[in-house]
Design a protein around this ligand. Structure first.
Ligand code: NAD
Length: 254
């Protein structure tokens, strides 16, 4: 059996993933703010350090980083980008003894919508205070929607693409990928799932194949495969599990 750390394990996709990985016969260490083996706040550098301290000396085979926030606040950039990248950077040494080390993170189909370049570049520079300042400005896209969440998820997808092939990761045999879900029925989307009118309006704007929300178990199955030994060579990818939304938004551009 393998040992897999799942962040955001107390709810939604993370909870479904912890369940799926356990059902496949592996050991899961859950991490969340509450209701998990390791309780830590990934919004702060100190919280991440505390989590790393609790994990010191643990041999890991896989990490699945599901913890995330959606509100247009600075904490969303901290959790969705720095809470993933800083944590994984600290966890990398714990993966090196595994015969098949694997990491998966969660981006979003929102990552291909309009993003706030100031937030994305602060993330790329590893400058969390600047990223938080830019996020607090809450600039909006042409539809009037805040770009904080999309920017954090675009920055994370870019991090996966530039990190997976580098010596420290690919050179160590660690396969690193992102899953970019469409809209999934979890507590994060309770505004939609709690309102038939909002849900109908939301689905009307999605492609024909998206006549429903995705279920967390559907994303969990993909994450389980990506971080298992069955995945022998797929790395550096952002995989859209979204009932065709990304294909529709991109059209026939390559
Ligand atoms: P959720 O709200 O059900 O679960 C998120 C979990 O992250 C919660 O258990 C929460 O406690 C944890 N978390 C949040 N902030 C944290 C912090 N500071 N420290 C530690 N843990 C923290 O949402 P979900 O839909 O299961 O989301 C899982 C991931 O999937 C997120 O990264 C989200 O952005 C992403 N995602 C979700 C959807 C969707 O439609 N639900 C779509 C695309 C991407």
């Amino acid at each position: 059996p393998r040992t897999t750390l799942v962040t955001g394990s107390a709810s939604g996709i993370g909870a479904a993933t912890a369940h799926a990985v356990r059902a496949a016969g592996h050991t899961v260490i859950g991490l969340d703010r509450d209701g998990a083996d390791i309780r830590a706040d990934l919004a702060t550098p100190n919280g991440r350090l505390a989590a790393l301290g609790e994990l010191a000396g643990t041999r890991l085979d896989a990490v699945i980083a599901c913890a995330g926030l959606r509100a247009p606040t600075p904490d969303t950039v901290s959790v969705n980008y720095f809470g993933v990248v800083d944590l994984l950077t600290g966890l990398r040494p714990l993966l090196l003894d595994s015969p098949a080390p694997r990491v998966a993170v969660i981006s979003s189909v929102a990552s291909i919508l309009a993003v706030d370049d100031a937030i994305v570049s602060a993330c790329r520079d590893g400058d969390e205070p600047r990223a938080r300042r830019e996020a607090s400005a809450v600039r909006v896209n042409p539809d009037g929607r805040p770009m904080v969440y999309a920017s954090s998820k675009a920055a994370l997808a870019a991090w996966v693409r530039r990190t997976a092939p580098t010596h420290g990761w690919g050179g160590s045999g660690i396969l690193l990928n992102a899953v970019a879900p469409g809209t999934i029925a979890t507590p994060m989307m309770s505004d939609l799932t709690g309102s038939p009118e909002l849900l109908e309006d939301w689905l009307r704007r999605l492609p024909n194949t998206a006549d429903r929300l995705g279920q967390p178990e559907e994303i969990a199955a993909l994450l389980t495969w990506l971080t298992g030994v069955e995945n022998s060579m797929l790395t550096g990818q952002v995989i859209f599990a979204d009932l065709g939304t990304e294909a529709m938004l991109r059209g026939d551009t390559l």
